[in-house]
Design a protein around this ligand. Structure first.
Ligand code: PLP
Length: 461
């Protein structure tokens, strides 16, 4: 039994509400059948608690909404741009800023500007859009994350760390001049939101500088990472998350950013750097792909909301609440011995469907079915991260069969209360009790690209 915990609550109160539709089990059975047992194909209005993603699903504050009214929609030189630039300097520490419509806009421009065809790009595990842009620019991605990151049961306080030996080996084998840069993602999304330590980042920076290799930070959820450092790393317990965040950025030369995550907005991103020549190139490229360099595909009001979100996201009570909410959910599941990836990350928890539905073979899509069953049980929407997401081997045409067969439950920032979390956890626990009744799925439609978005299934009777 866990000790009785001290009560806690959200560090905000509610001023505007968005009603959600309450549905019956019968209604949801029909809805998921019509959606081909794919949660991506459900209508949002049929979902009660939406844990599909934390991307762009944030709730903005009154301070941000007030800022939206101050949008300076001038084509050139919007005052919201200069405010955003000031805040990026203040909170991230980079000298130069180019706004983009979202993270992948930043990744595209940085990859095209820096990578020479045939060069290698190191990274602590891949992220889908990041790697794709590196490859489209002619780069070859090499994973240099520590081995623990690939094992769902391995416990490590900084499971996202770069393996310095792997990185050094790559430099020796390929030659530093053939490495475009190293991307450090912190925390690592695809590893379940696992953080990177300051010590590790410092060492990565030192090794990279010795060989004159550029360090690029994927800063998408770096504030969550800074919170983990404050909680787990010696010497940082008395520093603020804002101080830790800025120090972490100081060990990189440039950053790409999806504002849709940390920055509490629904759309926005940027690329920032310290080198003037690189900035000049990025600033020129943005006018081709995104928009003028003082708006980069965003409205003035969106830049204002992002600049204000930056200030709020770094407040101690905000960021600690964010990560603790995820931990609260994972504790509820762990008390009941539900199989999940450990330890809980900063933005999501992952159900281990391979253990949850251990009677359903991987070729009958246990994680896909678990996500569908969770929706039917309570209207909670998660997403499959297993054999469906992994696609097929282009040479043999057979399924890729990943070790990890997971359902991801991701938490939008400031959207749901503790009571919503209790409902979602209760549903997972109830499903686990009757797990042996679950039947597998058969795929009846499979699109050629990124099949998990649109594939359709039927229940095997
Ligand atoms: C979401 C995300 C991106 C891409 O950002 P978009 O705003 O979705 O284009 C890049 N890296 C990580 C780690 C992300 O989670």
């Amino acid at each position: 039994m866990m000790e009785k915990r001290k009560p806690w609550a959200e560090p905000y109160k509610i001023k505007v509400v968005e009603p959600v539709k309450m549905t019956t089990r019968e209604y949801r059975e029909k809805a998921i059948e019509e959606a081909g047992y794919n949660t991506f194909l459900l209508r949002s209005e049929d979902v009660y608690i939406d844990l599909l993603t934390d991307s762009g699903t944030n709730a903005m504050s009154d301070y941000q909404w007030a800022g939206m009214m101050l949008g300076d929609e001038a084509y050139a030189g919007s005052k919201n741009y200069y405010y955003l630039e000031d805040n990026v300097r203040k909170y991230y520490g980079y000298k130069y800023l180019v706004p983009t419509h979202q993270g992948r806009g930043a990744e595209h421009m940085l990859s095209q500007t820096v990578i020479k065809k045939g060069q290698f790009v190191a990274g602590n595990m891949y992220f889908t859009t990041t790697r794709l842009h590196q490859e489209l620019a002619g780069g070859k991605f090499v994973d240099v994350i520590i081995d623990e990151a690939h094992d769902p049961d391995a416990i490590h306080p900084f499971k996202g760390n770069v393996d310095l030996d792997k990185f050094e080996k790559l430099i020796k084998e390929k030659g530093a001049e053939n490495i475009a840069y190293i991307t450090v993602g912190a925390p690592v999304n695809m590893a379940g939101g696992q953080p990177v330590s300051m010590e590790n980042m410092k060492q990565v920076h030192a090794l990279a500088k010795k060989h004159n290799i550029m360090v690029v930070l994927d800063a998408t959820r770096n504030m969550e990472n800074a919170y983990f450092i404050q909680q787990r790393e010696k010497g940082y317990e008395n520093k603020t998350v804002a101080e830790i965040h800025k120090e972490f950025c100081s060990y990189s030369d440039a950053a790409t950013m999806s504002g849709k995550k940390d920055l509490l907005v629904n759309i926005g991103g940027f690329v920032a750097c310290n080198d003037y020549d690189l900035f000049q190139k990025l600033r020129n490229m943005v006018v081709v792909y995104e928009g003028l360099h003082t708006y980069g595909g965003l409205a003035g009001r969106d830049m204002e909301a992002m600049a204000r979100g930056m200030e709020e996201a770094l407040q101690e009570e905000n960021i600690s609440f964010r990560v603790k909410q995820v931990k609260y959910f994972s504790d509820l599941l762990e008390e009941e011995n539900i199989p999940i990836v450990k330890p809980a990350g900063g933005h999501a928890i992952f159900l281990n469907a391979r253990k949850f539905y251990d009677h359903i073979p991987q070729d009958e899509f246990p994680a896909q079915k678990l996500a569908a069953d969770l929706y039917v049980d309570s209207g909670v929407r998660g997403m499959e991260r297993g054999i469906v997401s992994a696609g097929r081997n282009p040479e043999t045409g057979d399924h890729n069969r990943p070790k990890l067969e997971l359902v991801r439950l991701t938490f939008p920032r400031r959207v749901y209360t503790q009571a919503h979390l209790d409902v979602a956890a209760y549903s997972v626990i109830e499903l686990y009790k009757k797990r042996h009744q679950a039947k597998g799925l058969r795929m009846v439609y499979e699109p050629p690209y990124l099949r998990f978005f649109q594939a359709r299934f039927e229940v095997i009777k």
